[in-house]
Design a protein around this ligand. Structure first.
Ligand code: GLC
Length: 712
């Protein structure tokens, strides 16, 4: 890169470089093999045939640990590419830094339970900074798939079922990561609708639902400036996403103006053959490039076939050039041409006091108290406490899925944290429940049972057919709860589980997800009241597996279903329909009373704003945090609308007896949706604005949207 070019605007530098490139060099930029190393890949690197590489343990990277990053190998590969290839184009190194790098934060579904975009931005900033120091310039996160399907293992990686919540957290994650490294909005699109919750399964969905639900979080990420988008493994109504020109080239790139890189998911282009839509690898490469997938992750079909496809006129050169431009543009935007080498070659970094404090803050904020007969908070003067269950002395298992560079050894386990607090007043039984556990439960003032899923049951290719607790846990819990002493159940996991029986027998229940590096101390903080539980469910917990799908954005139907009360409604003969725990649900150690919403005006002109406020009083004896949620119900629209659609939320910190007011300023665009013709619209007419503590909220105020100037 000539020195004078450094001062040019990025796109001029891209065009100048592109003009110098041969066809093989262009194709090389679209090739992303996995785990390149300076020995076997030297020739390809020196020939400019590797534009990018990802370090991952393999096709199912989420739960298979690899041998870890080698900063030296990254630097050696980069020196070959930059100093030995003809044009010196740096390689873009990527890795799945999903919810932390060396310091691990709660799984994204747990982070969503904190309902705190600023927190997500801060921790993604830390993750990006740690990753960049080890040579990673690009992460394949945030995952922003909307899903109402808890059987699907990958709900652990996303921000839950609400486009409003997920979209805002996606923007925060992109902003945080991209202070240091490139981010990726994935998996574009509809992956969370996989049939039966079975990973990779077919998806049947119309474009109206895609636009009103699933595309919204990707649009939010694009609006936040995300540098890349990853195509998803699924088809949409018969067209695999890696061949989906309509959604990738026409919607994402043309309609939205996305000028970043669309990267394939692992071998997704080559797998068009497995989908049965491509006759062979060459045909798959043709379809992938025409659809707008710019970078071929791991399948190799672009490197093998694009030159001949261009030569034979089956792939227009201008489309190939556009893909190369996007890859070069991303490298310029990341500063790789100016600063291509890893910032540090020192020993691997680890959590610091500051990053641990943030991990602990995030883990506390993620935990959701879903039941409490008054046993919580525990007193740290408690005379004796029995800790039991399969997670008592666990570290690694509390990091969660998609942790490639965090270490279990860095995690103070619950046993360590509780011992620090209680000393010899603590007894514990490891592993499975046992007669000893029963004995120690009888002997202790209170028992804390650590239940739930190991991370190997969540994440990619880890879907389940039954949302119940893993085998044996519920039976053992019932035994312990039958001994006449209070038992607090802490449920770790990567998805909404069937907690009906746990809620019936335990004195208190906390949903703790997989909390990350500070799992033990954070759990102690919450159980002993050093920090208030404030998490709120980002996904509906269905009453049973048979109730799936069950979510806040269920659309109005010909028969009204009243979610605000447990009443028979004819949907099932053998069960109530209402969720076990609704979206947005969560308790505190104090209590709150919500006043109804008040609107600043009964009419709002198109383009105008209306203020909606709601008072909340802390009616308990302890200070606490309450989340006021604002929902929209649109009673008449051109398409069926969600009975409740989350619009916004606001935290109120209230002292005992204190009354606070949540104030929302809503523009009429918030009431918009995609109509039958798939265009965006805001209707005149009545909308109902509802505020409350979760998706059973019903206190509403009506506002009429009127033509601008109507009231003059
Ligand atoms: C995996 C996942 C994707 C991940 C990629 C690289 O199969 O689907 O989320 O980023 O491959 O590891």
């Amino acid at each position: 890169m000539k020195k004078w070019m450094r001062a040019l605007p990025i796109d001029e530098r891209v065009d100048a470089l592109l003009a110098e490139m041969t066809l093989p060099e262009k194709v090389g930029q679209l090739n992303q093999p996995a785990n390149v190393s300076p020995g076997p890949d030297r020739d390809a690197l020196a020939a400019g045939r590797i534009g990018s590489s990802l370090y991952a343990s393999g096709a199912l990277g989420g739960n298979v640990r690899d041998e870890g990053l080698s900063i030296r190998a990254i630097e050696q590969c980069q020196r070959i590419a930059v100093e030995e290839s003809r044009l010196g184009i740096p390689v873009l190194f990527g890795r799945d830094v999903i919810h932390g790098h060396r310091t691990v934060f709660p799984i994204p579904l747990g982070l969503a339970a904190a309902w705190d975009a600023e927190l997500v931005e801060r921790l993604c900033d830390v993750a990006g900074s740690e990753a960049l120091r080890e040579g990673v310039a690009w992460t394949f996160a945030p995952m922003v798939d909307i899903s109402e399907e808890p059987r699907w293992g990958r709900v652990a990686e996303g921000f839950g079922e609400s486009p409003a919540l997920s979209g805002r957290l996606a923007m925060a994650a992109v902003t945080g990561f991209q202070r240091h490294i490139g981010a990726t909005a994935k998996h574009f699109v509809g992956y969370g609708l996989a049939a039966g919750g079975r990973d990779y399964e077919s998806v049947q969905v119309g474009e109206n639902t895609l636009r009103n639900l699933h595309l919204r979080t990707f649009k939010a990420a694009v609006d936040a400036g995300v540098l890349s988008v990853m195509a998803s493994f699924n088809d949409i109504d018969g067209t695999p996403m890696h061949a989906n020109r309509r959604l990738i080239r026409e919607v994402l790139k043309q309609e939205w103006g996305f000028d970043g890189v669309v990267v394939a998911d692992w071998s997704g282009i080559g797998q068009l053959v497995d989908h049965g839509v491509a006759a062979d690898a060459r045909d798959a490469a043709r379809q992938g490039l025409l659809a707008g997938v710019d970078l071929d992750m791991a399948s190799g079909v672009y490197l093998a076939h694009l030159e001949s496809l261009v030569g034979d006129g089956e792939v227009p050169l201008d489309l190939l050039d556009d893909a190369v431009r996007r890859v070069l543009r991303m490298k310029f935007r990341l500063g790789l041409f100016d600063d291509p080498y890893p910032r540090t070659t020192a020993d691997p970094i680890g959590p610091t006091a500051a990053t641990r404090a943030l991990a602990r803050e995030a883990a506390v904020a993620s935990m959701v108290l879903v039941a409490n007969d008054g046993i919580l908070p525990l007193s740290d003067q408690v005379e004796s406490l029995h800790l039991t269950g399969p997670f008592v002395d666990e570290g690694e298992a509390l990091l969660g899925t998609w942790v490639l560079d965090g270490r279990g050894a860095d995690v103070p386990s619950p046993l360590v944290a509780f011992t620090d607090l209680l000393g010899d007043r603590l007894t514990h039984t490891d592993g499975r429940f046992s007669d000893l556990a029963a004995h120690r439960t009888r002997a202790a003032a209170v028992t804390v049972a650590l239940l739930g899923e190991h991370p190997s049951r969540s994440g990619e290719a880890n879907s389940v057919a039954d949302l119940g607790l893993p085998a044996g846990q519920l039976e053992a819990l019932k035994q312990l709860c039958g001994l006449g002493k209070p038992v607090v159940a802490v449920v770790f996991g990567g998805r909404p589980l069937d907690l009906a029986e746990v809620l019936r027998v335990a004195s208190a229940v906390i949903v703790a997800w997989h909390p990350g590096t500070e799992a033990g101390p954070a759990l102690a903080d919450v159980l002993f009241g050093r920090r208030e539980p404030s998490g709120r469910l980002p996904m509906t917990f269905p009453r049973s597996t048979g109730h799936v799908p069950s979510s806040v954005h269920a659309r109005a139907t010909s028969r009204v279903l009243d979610f605000t009360r447990d009443a028979w409604d004819g949907r099932y003969l053998d069960a109530l329909t209402q969720p076990q725990l609704p979206f947005g649900y969560g308790l505190s150690y104090t209590t709150f009373r919500h006043g109804g919403p008040v609107a600043s005006a009964s009419e709002v002109p198109f383009g105008g704003q209306v203020e909606v406020s709601a008072q909340v009083t802390n009616t308990g004896q302890r200070a606490g945090r309450e989340l006021v949620q604002l929902y929209l119900h649109d009673p008449v629209a051109e398409v069926t609308r969600p009975k409740l659609e989350l619009l916004d939320w606001q935290w109120l910190d209230l002292a005992p007896g204190e009354t606070g007011t949540a104030v929302f300023t809503i523009g009429t665009d918030a009431f918009g949706y995609f109509g039958r013709d798939l265009t965006w619209r805001v209707d005149q007419g009545l909308v109902r604005l509802i505020t409350g503590r979760d998706a059973t909220a019903s206190a509403a105020v009506e506002v009429r949207i009127v033509a601008a100037g109507a009231d003059e």
